[in-house]
Design a binder for this molecule. Structure first.
Ligand code: NAD
Length: 253
């Protein structure tokens, strides 16, 4: 563990009145969910183009059965528990050290770990919404798992149900709130994101143009390593966050 870098992070977080965490797929790999671009990720296994040709809104509208086949194979996450990193972030929020989280993840693990202020800009994969604009009823995973056909339909209006995740070609959720939360932060703590997916990467870039206190905890390169005050690369992310939190306790922050 890089104790020098951790000491710096503790100092910066300890003096911040408004720290926001930005999380990506990398925070959930320690919970057992592969990221997209890592060695077990679907981009690596199937090729980015093939995946993008399926998980876009036009493909969904044209052939929901093909989409659901893919969704069931690759996006129905097993019922995993939050990782240590998710739990520490939740504890940091309770202790007033973190004001909120903006996440790209669709696994719902921050909420499951007890974090309260979470903006999930790409939605949630185990929730389903009726595509009929006059209806938009919501359904849970059980309803879809027990539905007797490949494409689940709304029991109220027979509209097609879509996982409540943002597909390519759709707008992200809570765009303005996410942008505001990130750009008005005093310290930004990025965890497990390569910062290649827009618009989130753009919000972080905007933040880093005006402020210095960007901290990145990520295995491997990110697009904004050059702008980070501290970059921690490697080791177990849960352990790193636990040590940061422990030192903040010790120093009375
Ligand atoms: P990404 O795949 O671009 O980047 C993840 C980064 O995390 C990589 O740089 C990887 O090296 C790093 N990483 C992997 N394990 C790590 C660990 N233990 N500690 C620290 N870093 C680690 O992911 P992204 O930037 O979040 O973008 C991918 C897109 O895929 C997102 O839009 C997201 O919605 C979606 N996605 C979500 C999930 C999920 O909900 N868990 C999983 C896969 C993909």
């Amino acid at each position: 563990m890089d104790m020098n870098a951790i000491g710096k992070v503790v100092n910066v977080l300890g003096h911040s009145r408004n720290t926001i965490a930005v999380t990506g797929a990398g925070i959930s790999t320690e919970a057992g969910i592969p990221d997209f671009r890592g060695k077990d990720g679907i981009y690596t296994k199937l090729g980015e183009n093939r995946v993008m040709n399926i998980i876009n809104i036009h493909a969904f509208n044209q052939n929901p059965a093909e989409f659901y086949d893919f969704h069931r194979k690759y996006f129905s996450f097993p019922p995993v528990e939050p990782s240590k990193a998710h739990k520490i972030l939740s504890e940091m929020e309770k202790k007033g050290r973190l004001k909120g989280i903006v996440t790209q993840n669709i696994d719902g693990l921050h909420e499951k770990a007890g974090s309260k202020k979470v903006i999930a800009i790409h939605g949630t994969s185990n929730r389903y919404i009726c595509m009929n604009t006059g209806c938009q009823a919501l359904y849970n995973q059980d309803y879809v798992d027990n539905y007797p056909a490949a494409v689940p339909l709304c029991e109220k209006c027979e509209g097609v149900l879509k996982p409540d995740v943002v597909l390519f070609g759709e707008n992200i959720k809570d765009y303005s709130q996410a942008q505001e939360m990130i750009t008005s932060a005093q310290v930004l703590l990025v965890i497990g994101s390569s910062l290649t997916v827009y618009p989130l990467a753009g919000f972080v870039k905007e933040f880093s143009t005006f402020y210095q206190d960007l901290i990145i905890i990520n295995k491997g390169r990110t697009q904004l390593d050059h702008a980070a005050l501290v970059k921690i690369d490697g080791g177990n992310t849960g352990d790193t966050l636990e040590e940061i939190n422990r030192q903040m306790d010790l120093r009375g922050f």
